[in-house]
Design a protein around this ligand. Structure first.
Ligand code: GLC
Length: 707
C-alpha cells in the first residue's frame, strides 16, 4: 500500500478519524438512531465512529470479524481498523504476573510468555497489545507494582526488551505475531505516596538513570507503539509533554512508532489543570506529538477547527496519520484486514496443552523462597498436613490484568496437594475448636496460604498499609502456638510486610502465578522443583522506610556498621536495610563463592575486562544460582548509587559441582546518563561486586584510566 498516496486521498475528517480509538460496542450497536448519554457527550455519531482508526479491546474472533466487516463496508477508503488490547501476562493461558516473572531472572522466559500470549491473542484478531508495562517501581504501596518488573533499571530493560521480541518476533505481519505498545511513558511508577494516578516529580538525572530504562529496552527491541502515562512530569501531563514525546522519544531515541494516550488521559489534562477545555487539550496533544487519543474525543471535536484557524500546521496531523497507517501496513492489514482472526484457530490454540505446560514451567521459576529454617522444605510426601488460609481452597491465582483468563479453570492448593499428603484439616479460617487444635498439634506441617485478593493490587488499587491481614497474622500465631512447623505461602500482587510472621519455619513468595500456580507450588513443596526466584523488589520492614531500594545514593553521612556516630542517615526505630533485599532468594541447594578475579585491575576506555568467579554447589541437590554483577562508581560528575546491577547469569549447578561464572566489563557498564539522557563516564575508581544478592557480594577494585 502506498501510504503517502493514501494519505493524500484522505479528507481532513478521515485523517482525524484515524487518531480516535474507541470501544468495539460502538461499532455494533446502531448509532444511526439518536445517540444518547456519554456517546453524545463525546460528540460521537455514526459517521465519526466509522471513521475511527482503532479499537480498544475485543471479545473474540467472531466479534472482531463482525466489527471489521461492518466497518470496511462503511469506510470510504476501506482503511481497516487496528484492534488493540491489554494482554499483559497471557491471553487465556495465564502466566505469572510480571512482578513474579521478573523474579525468575530469566528474560528468555518473558519472551516465551509474550510469544505464547501473541499466538493466542492473535486468533481473536488482536493486532497490538498494551504491553510490556515498563514502569520502574520502588513503592509496593502502588497497586500497579504487580504489573512491573521491579526496582532495577537493568532488569526493567532486559524484561521489556525480551517481551517485545516475544510479541513481535522479526515481522509483525507473520501469523501469531502482534505489535507491542510499551507503557506508561513516563515514570508512572513513581506516583507520590504510592497512590495511583498521583503526581510524579523527579530530577532529570533520576528520570534518565533509573525510570527510563524499561521503555528504552522496549524501543531498542523495536516496539511499535508507546503509551503515555496518566501522571505529570515537570508539572506537565505526560500525555502532552513535549520533552517526553518529542525531545526524548523522537529526537534522542529516534523512535518512529505510534504514540497513544492512556484511557481518556488527553481529556484529563483539564483535571490536571493543564488545559481549560478539550479545545485547548486537542492543540496541546497534537503539538506535543500525541498520535492516537484513547477513549476521549478532543481531536475528534476540535482538531479540524485548530487547523482551519491555523493554530497548528496540518503537517502535524499528517505525520500522526502517516505513522498509524504505516503500522497498519506493517501488520499487513490492508491486504488481510482480519489478519489471524479465526474461530478455528481459537479452538485449536487458545489454552493449548503445550501453553499450559509452559505456564507450569514458568511458574516454577518465579517463586522466591524467603525463609527455610531447619530445611523444613521440601516436605516429606505422605505427611500429615493441616491447610489453612484464603488460598487453601481458592483457585484465584491469575492475578490482575488477566481479563481473558478463567480462574475457575485453575486448581486450588488443596486439590493440588491432597494426593501427595494426608490433609487432615483444611479451612480458610482457623476455627476455635479443640479438635482443630488437636489436628494442628498432631500434624507434621501446617501450611498457611494467605495474602491479598486479586482486586487488592492492580490499577487504581493502591494501599497505605501493606501489612498482612490481622486475621491471617492471628491465624498464623495461633497455629504456631500448637505446632512450630508452620509454612507460609504468600499469594499477592505486591511485597507485603512480614514482620509479624517471621517466627514461621518457611516463607515462600508465590505472587500470582497464573493458570498452573498451585501445581507449581506443589512441585516446589515436594522438592520436585528447587525454588530459584530472586527478589526484584526490596521487601520493607516498615512502610515508613518506603522508598527502600538497593541502588540508592550513599549520602554524605551514610550509616556505618558498628559506628556510634549518631549524626548519620538512619532511623531511630528501624534499620535502614529492608527485611529482604533486592536479588535475595534461597534455594534447597547451597552455594559458595570463590575468589573474584579480574583480567586487569586498570581499564582503558576500549578495554574489555574479563571477570570470573567459581561458584560451588555445596549441597546434594542440583539447583539454579543467580550470580549477580554489581558495580559502584566511586566518584563522578553526579553522586552514583552504592551499587548497580550490570549483569547476571542464572546458572544450573549440579550437586557438589563447581561452575566458573564469567562476565565482561566494557565501558558501557561504567556509564551513566547526564541530564540530557546522554551516556557519559568518568575516569577513576570502581568497585566490582559479584554475589548471590545485592547484600552478599565479593569485591574487587577496578580503575578506569586514560588511553
Ligand atoms: C488503563 C491502563 C492502561 C491500559 C489502558 C487500556 O487505564 O492505565 O495500562 O492499557 O487503560 O485498557
Amino acid at each position: 500500500m502506498d501510504i503517502k498516496h493514501l494519505l493524500n486521498q484522505m479528507t481532513i475528517e478521515e485523517k482525524i478519524g484515524q487518531l480516535l480509538q474507541i470501544a468495539p460496542f460502538l461499532f455494533i450497536q446502531d448509532l444511526d438512531v439518536e445517540v444518547y448519554g456519554f456517546v453524545k457527550d463525546l460528540g460521537l455519531n455514526e459517521k465519526r465512529v466509522f471513521n475511527a482508526g482503532s479499537v480498544l479491546g475485543i471479545k473474540n474472533a467472531k466479534e472482531m470479524m463482525e466489527v471489521q466487516n461492518k466497518y470496511l463496508k462503511k469506510h470510504r477508503l476501506g482503511i481497516p481498523l487496528m484492534f488493540m488490547a491489554d494482554i499483559i501476562h497471557g491471553y487465556e493461558t495465564i502466566f505469572p504476573v510480571p512482578l513474579a516473572l521478573s523474579c525468575s531472572w530469566q528474560p528468555s522466559l518473558a519472551e516465551k510468555v509474550a510469544r505464547i500470549s501473541a499466538i493466542e491473542a492473535s486468533t481473536a484478531g488482536i493486532h497490538v497489545t498494551f504491553s510490556p508495562m515498563a514502569d520502574l517501581v520502588r513503592d509496593p504501596r502502588w497497586g500497579r507494582v504487580v504489573e512491573s518488573f521491579g526496582e532495577d533499571p537493568y532488569l526493567n530493560y532486559m524484561f521489556a526488551y525480551h517481551m517485545v521480541k516475544g510479541y513481535q518476533g522479526d515481522d509483525i505481519k507473520k501469523e501469531g505475531h502482534i505489535g507491542a505498545c510499551v507503557k506508561h511513558f513516563a515514570a508512572y511508577g513513581a506516583a507520590e505516596g504510592g497512590r495511583d494516578y498521583n503526581t510524579v516529580d523527579m530530577s532529570r538525572s533520576t528520570l534518565h538513570n533509573y525510570y527510563m530504562s524499561g521503555y528504552k529496552g522496549a524501543i531498542d527491541a523495536g516496539a511499535k507503539m508507546i503509551m503515555t502515562a496518566f501522571n505529570v512530569l515537570d508539572g506537565v501531563p505526560a500525555t502532552v509533554n513535549k520533552y517526553l514525546l518529542r525531545d526524548v522519544l523522537r529526537d534522542l531515541w529516534k523512535f518512529q512508532g505510534v504514540t497513544i494516550s492512556d484511557y481518556d488521559s488527553l481529556h484529563q489534562i483539564i483535571e490536571h489543570g493543564a488545559s481549560e477545555n478539550d479545545f485547548e487539550a486537542a492543540l496541546l496533544g497534537i503539538d506535543a506529538g500525541l498520535d492516537i487519543e484513547m477513549a476521549s474525543t478532543c481531536y475528534t471535536n476540535y482538531l479540524e477547527k485548530h487547523i482551519a484557524q491555523h493554530n497548528i500546521d496540518i503537517k502535524y496531523l499528517d505525520e500522526a496519520v502517516y505513522r498509524i497507517l504505516h503500522l497498519k501496513e506493517k501488520l499487513g492489514l490492508f491486504d488481510h484486514p482480519f489478519k489471524d482472526a479465526s474461530e478455528a484457530k481459537e479452538n485449536e490454540l487458545v489454552r493449548h496443552e503445550t501453553h499450559l505446560e509452559d505456564a507450569l514451567n514458568v511458574a516454577h521459576e518465579c517463586m522466591v523462597l524467603l525463609k527455610n529454617e531447619d530445611q523444613i522444605l521440601p516436605m516429606i510426601k505422605g505427611s500429615n498436613v493441616v491447610l489453612l488460609g484464603r488460598y487453601a481452597t481458592s483457585n484465584e491465582t491469575n492475578g490482575p490484568w488477566s481479563w481473558h483468563g478463567k480462574n475457575d479453570l485453575n486448581i486450588s492448593l488443596y486439590d493440588a496437594i491432597n494426593k501427595d499428603f494426608n490433609v487432615t484439616y483444611v479451612s480458610e479460617t482457623l476455627d476455635q475448636d479443640d479438635h482443630v487444635f488437636k489436628k494442628i498439634k498432631e500434624a507434621d506441617y501446617v501450611i498457611c496460604a494467605i495474602g491479598e485478593k486479586t482486586k487488592e493490587s492492580g490499577e487504581a488499587h493502591s494501599k497505605a498499609d501493606i501489612n498482612l491481614k490481622q486475621s491471617d497474622i492471628d491465624m498464623i500465631h495461633q497455629a504456631l502456638s500448637h505446632n512450630p512447623n508452620v509454612i507460609t505461602l504468600l499469594y499477592h500482587g505486591r511485597p507485603q510486610l512480614l514482620e509479624d510472621i517471621l517466627n514461621v519455619k518457611a516463607i515462600l513468595e508465590t505472587w500470582f502465578l497464573g493458570s498452573r500456580a498451585n501445581e507449581a507450588i506443589r512441585d516446589v513443596l515436594l522438592g520436585i522443583k528447587n525454588p530459584s526466584g530472586r527478589l526484584t523488589m526490596s521487601i520493607p520492614r516498615k512502610v515508613g522506610q518506603i522508598p527502600v531500594y538497593y541502588n540508592h545514593l550513599n549520602t554524605g553521612r551514610p550509616k556505618v556498621e558498628n559506628s556510634h556516630n549518631e549524626y548519620v542517615s538512619y532511623y531511630l526505630d528501624v534499620p535502614n536495610e529492608p527485611r529482604y533485599p533486592f536479588g535475595y532468594g534461597l534455594s534447597y541447594a547451597s552455594f559458595e563463592y570463590g575468589t573474584l578475579k579480574l583480567s586487569q585491575e586498570t581499564m582503558r576506555i576500549h578495554d574489555k575486562i574479563e571477570i570470573s568467579i567459581d561458584v560451588k554447589n555445596t549441597s546434594g541437590r542440583d539447583g539454579y544460582e543467580v550470580v549477580q554483577l554489581y558495580i559502584k562508581d566511586h566518584a563522578a560528575a553526579i553522586s552514583r548509587p552504592v551499587k548497580e546491577l550490570k549483569d547476571f547469569k542464572k546458572v544450573w549447578i549440579k550437586a557438589h559441582e563447581t561452575k566458573k561464572v564469567s562476565f565482561t566489563i566494557t565501558i558501557d557498564k561504567l556509564m551513566y546518563k547526564n541530564d540530557l539522557g546522554q551516556d557519559v563516564y568518568d575516569l577513576g575508581t570502581f568497585t566490582i561486586m559479584v554475589g548471590r544478592d545485592s547484600l552478599h557480594v565479593k569485591h574487587q577494585t577496578l580503575r578506569l584510566v586514560k588511553e
